[in-house]
Design a protein around this ligand. Structure first.
Ligand SMILES: O=c1ccn([C@@H]2O[C@H](COP(=O)(O)O)[C@@H](O)[C@H]2O)c(=O)[nH]1
Length: 231
């Protein structure tokens, strides 16, 4: 198992609430993720605040645009010194290659660059509505292969797809899996879910976990329980 597989998804509209939680967490126990909501509200200063507290940060902005624009956005993320960032694989091969190329000047300081395959909130029926007439399971494999061809470091997928992707793409190719739900927690808008121990057993490298921790009555206890369940 990867050291520190838990990535806590901080989806807060209040910076102080997020920092109050962060200040109770141990950077040796987890990494953090911020996405579109917090970055739009609080910007690069929040990235700095998180780094000052010693945490690795996944900047989950899921860039999806023309290659030139995405390349520049990914370079801007690298300037912030984040540990990981991402694009949408459906932006295509040229876009992903341009993003990877933009990180070359950063050498071993470059963030890990991964691509979202099919959002974990989406079901086969949702894909059908987009004119994609194959199961999510199959579409994820296609996009993950394309991501590896573009030279990226891994993908965002559901843990339900992890075993097949590890066999197909090798153990070095990182699988970052949201849609993680401890037994008894509400799935909410997530469709393709797994529990933390199931996800690790299936081959996930990193578990993205938001509401089961952040909306818990005691977020620290919730994180510790998940951590314990992985031992
Ligand atoms: O396919 C994806 C890609 C990203 N996410 C993000 O992960 C977290 C999940 O939060 P929960 O509260 O545990 O559902 C959230 O920030 C999403 O933007 C995803 O869920 N699925």
């Amino acid at each position: 198992m990867t050291t520190k597989p838990i990535l806590v998804a901080l989806d807060y509209d209040n910076k102080n609430h997020a920092l109050q939680l962060i200040d109770r967490l141990d950077p040796n126990m987890c990494r953090l993720k911020i996405g579109k909501e917090m970055f739009t509200l609080f910007g690069p200063q929040l990235v700095k605040d998180i780094h000052d507290r010693g945490f690795d940060l996944f900047l989950d902005l899921k860039f999806h645009d023309i290659p030139n624009t995405v390349a520049k956005a990914v370079a801007a993320a690298a300037e912030l010194g984040v540990w990981m960032t991402n694009v949408h694989a459906s932006g295509g091969l040229a876009m992903m290659e341009a993003a990877k190329k933009a990180l070359l000047p950063y050498g071993d300081k470059a963030p890990l660059l991964i691509a979202v395959t099919v959002l974990t909130s989406m079901s086969d029926a949702d894909l059908k509505l987009l004119g994609i007439n194959v199961p999510a399971f199959e579409h994820v494999q296609r996009l993950a292969k394309l991501t590896q061809q573009a030279g990226l470091d891994g993908v965002v997928c559901s843990a339900q797809e992890a075993t097949v992707l590890k066999t197909l793409l090798g153990k070095e190719f990182n699988l970052v899996t949201p849609g993680i739900r401890p037994v008894g927690s509400d799935a909410g808008d997530q469709h393709r879910v797994m529990t933390p121990p199931q996800a690790i057993a299936a081959g996930s490298d990193y578990l993205v976990i938001g509401r089961p921790i952040t909306q818990a009555a005691d977020p620290l206890a919730a994180l510790q329980a998940i951590h314990q369940s992985l031992k």
